[in-house]
Structure formats: structure tokens, C-alpha cells
Design a protein around this ligand. Structure first.
Ligand SMILES: [Zn+2]
Ligand SMILES: [Zn+2]
Length: 411
């Protein structure tokens, strides 16, 4: 790349609140009338090799850019360092464990748990009203933000518009912005308005040559009909979880009776999600409405079918990831995390009575679950609870916990 390629852009854009890098590049590309890949190369984020169509935009660019490309991006777009940094997902790791390098540093779990599923989701969640924009001239022209937090499984509703997020384009059924290997679908093609679906009109994984692009206007997506009781439970839960995602939110929260950071709490939520799906319907009584119970039941059944398929594969030795993946459907995510939140609110001394039957049931379905527990990076107290389903062993584990972890503070 020559130096002249990296001059300041003739026109730049101020990022919107919680805007993601793909969303920002979509708006900037639309404004400059050039492909996203071209914009990424022009701002130094990606290297161009040969023609414009040969710009490689890896998925990991969603998460963070190296120092030198980031410095070029800041200079060419005239953003502040904070504005630029906040387009990436890595700052979310301060509050969200699966993205937190300190909490994930002892990971040897790669073959067992695809941690990436907990931030590089196979969905494109969105709120049509947020994408429509706030009525300001710039948002009327280019649409509202594609938000960073919509990437996280624990964000499933928009409290501002009091609606569930959508996870797929209603017209083609595909994820509108998610691509398995690239940063965005159609990154090298002519710019599309940021609120249009970029997915191919049929299954992208078939790799047919030049499938037509869907181009459905996502701002017209009809709201999902959900009964009022369910919606109020979902929105209250979403507000509590967004508080934990907020950098200014509570510093600690209780998890099985012990204080944990928000980042660790989300890892505990993940570990309990897996237990709920494996032991379903044993926690059915925690679902606040029949709609939420049905949503968990569908997810657990899909996980069971997927796990069976994985087990039947020849040469398969590891336990299934089917139960450790987050629910894709926003309603199911709300339903499962709502139960997980209640289980984590259990006082430690009561955990044995509540968790033990669930663990016994889970073990009968997935005998290799002991390996998974370590891989899920749960907090020490939750690990003790999940590891021991015999009362005397659990009791000794608790004594060891207090002895060996003086840093733990009871709630
Ligand atoms: Zn919204
Ligand atoms: Zn579509």
C-alpha cells in the first residue's frame, strides 16, 4: 500500500452510540459510494492485494485491530482513539467474561467448547426501529446503528423500543450481516444501504457462484408477537443484564452466594445455561410464563438432536458442543438466561439441594460433562457446586474453597 492511499478521507462520519465496526463501515461506504472492502483498505484496516476485490477482511477484525492499522484508521477517519476503539468488541470484555482475556487465559478448552460462539454468533440480531434511526438528518440518510451489543448472546431485546431483537432476515431467513469466514457478506461488492439485508437469497454455505443478494429492507421487519406478561419479564431481565454490561454498572454481583465481577458472572451464566439445557425439563418451574417454558423446551430439544448428530459422527471422542452453544433465538435466550439468573441467585448453602438433582440428570445424558465444567470457566464456588453431586464431597469441597480462596467474599 502506498502512502498516498492513506490520506484522510474526504468525508468521515461520527460513530453512533454503541455502533459496531461493520455498521460504521457500512455507513461510511454508503456515504463515500465505495465497497466496504475498499473503505477498510482505504482507512488502513485491511491490506489490499492486487485489485479492490482482493481485500481480505477476517472475522477477527470485529474484535480488535493491531496497533498500526488502528492508528491508520484513526488518522484517515479523523476519529478520536476512544471513538475508534469503541467500535470493536474487545472493550466489552471488561464486563463480559467470554471476551475477557484474563478470565479466558488458562483456556485449554478449544476442542471442547467453542468459546467463539459466545461472541461471534451465527446470527445477526437487530432491532428494526433502532436501524430506522432517531430521525436526525444523518440517520434518515444512512440509518441507525448496527450495535455492538447485538453480537452478544445476552442481548436479546431492545428496552428502548420494548421489543425482542430479530436474529434473521424475514425474507431470506439468513443472518443479514453474518458471514462464516469474512467480516461481512458482499464486502467487495457495490455499496448497499446499511439497513438492507446482505445475505444471499439461498444458503450461502452451498457456495453457488454469484447468488443474488436479498436486499430486503430490515427496518420494515414486523415485530414478533409476544404476550404482555412474557415481554415484561424479558425486558426486566434485559435491563438487569444491560446494567451488568454497562462499564458504569455494578462492580460485583452475587453468584451462588459469593461476590463476582460482572465478567465472571457472565461465565457463570454460561455454565448454568448448559446445565439447564441438559437437565430440561427439571427447571421448568423457574420459567415465569408458558411462552418462556416453550422457548427453552424447543432449544433443549434442538440441542439434543444436534448432540445426537455430533455423537453419531465417526471418530467423535469429545462431548458435544450442542449444549454449550448459546440459544440463537432471542426469545429462547431470554428464557434460558432468566432461569440461569435465578439459579445463580441461590445462596451457596442451598445450592446442593437445588443443583444436585440437575447435575445427576445432566450426567445421565452427557457422561463426559466433568471435562466441560472446567472448560466453561465458571467461578470457583460454582465449579465446586457443579463438580460434586454427593453431599459429603460437596461439603468438603466447600471447606476447601474457603481455605484456598481467601479472596472470595460472601454476598
Ligand atoms: Zn431498538
Ligand atoms: Zn434477507
Amino acid at each position: 500500500m502506498t502512502k498516498s492511499d492513506l490520506r484522510e478521507l474526504p468525508r468521515s462520519l461520527a460513530p453512533l452510540s454503541d455502533e459496531s465496526l461493520p455498521g460504521y463501515l457500512l455507513r461510511l461506504s454508503c456515504r463515500l459510494h465505495v465497497p466496504v472492502a475498499h473503505t477498510a483498505a482505504r482507512t488502513g484496516l485491511a491490506r489490499r492485494s492486487g485489485t479492490n476485490s482482493n481485500v481480505f477482511l477476517p472475522v477477527r477484525l470485529l474484535h480488535r485491530a493491531d496497533d498500526s492499522p488502528l492508528a491508520n484508521f484513526i488518522r484517515t477517519t479523523r476519529l478520536s482513539a476512544v471513538e475508534a476503539t469503541n467500535l470493536f468488541t474487545f472493550p466489552l470484555g471488561d464486563r463480559y467474561g467470554p471476551l475477557n482475556p484474563e478470565l479466558m487465559s488458562h483456556s485449554n478448552s478449544r476442542p471442547l467448547v467453542r468459546n467463539a460462539r459466545w461472541f461471534f454468533g451465527r446470527w445477526t440480531r437487530y432491532c428494526p426501529d433502532c436501524l430506522t434511526g432517531d430521525g436526525s438528518p444523518i440517520q434518515n440518510q444512512l440509518g441507525g446503528p448496527w450495535k455492538r451489543h447485538w453480537r452478544l448472546p445476552t442481548v436479546f431485546a431492545c428496552p428502548h423500543h420494548r421489543a425482542l431483537l430479530h436474529n434473521a432476515c424475514p425474507q431470506c431467513g439468513n443472518a443479514a450481516l453474518t458471514d462464516a469466514t469474512n467480516f461481512l457478506p458482499r464486502a467487495a461488492a457495490e455499496p448497499l444501504h446499511p439497513t438492507l439485508c446482505r445475505a444471499p437469497t439461498h444458503n450461502r454455505y452451498l457456495r453457488a457462484p454469484q447468488p443474488p443478494t436479498c436486499k430486503n429492507d430490515l427496518t420494515t421487519t414486523a415485530g414478533r408477537p409476544v404476550d404482555d406478561a412474557t415481554m415484561s419479564v424479558v425486558l426486566a431481565l434485559q435491563n438487569r443484564l444491560l446494567d451488568l454490561h454497562n462499564p458504569h454498572g455494578p462492580a460485583v454481583i452475587g453468584s451462588v452466594g459469593w461476590q463476582q465481577s460482572a465478567a465472571q458472572y457472565f461465565l457463570d451464566l454460561r455454565a448454568v445455561t448448559w446445565l439447564i439445557l441438559l437437565s430440561w425439563p427439571d427447571t421448568q418451574g423457574y420459567a415465569h410464563t408458558p411462552t418462556l417454558a416453550d422457548a427453552v423446551a424447543r432449544t433443549a430439544e434442538n440441542a439434543r438432536i444436534a448432540a445426537q448428530g455430533q455423537r453419531d459422527r465417526p471418530g467423535k471422542r469429545h462431548p458435544s458442543t450442542a449444549y454449550t452453544d448459546p440459544p440463537i433465538d432471542p426469545l429462547a435466550a431470554a428464557a434460558v438466561f432468566g432461569i440461569a439468573e435465578q439459579l445463580l441467585a441461590t445462596d451457596y448453602d442451598a445450592t446442593f439441594a437445588i443443583f444436585s438433582p440437575l447435575i445427576s440428570r445432566a450426567r445421565s445424558i452427557e457422561p463426559t460433562m466433568a471435562h466441560l465444567q472446567r472448560a466453561l470457566h465458571a467461578s470457583q464456588p460454582l465449579r465446586v457446586t457443579l463438580s460434586h453431586h454427593k453431599h459429603d464431597v460437596w461439603k468438603r469441597g466447600r471447606e476447601r474453597l474457603v481455605r484456598e480462596h481467601p479472596e472470595l467474599t460472601p454476598m
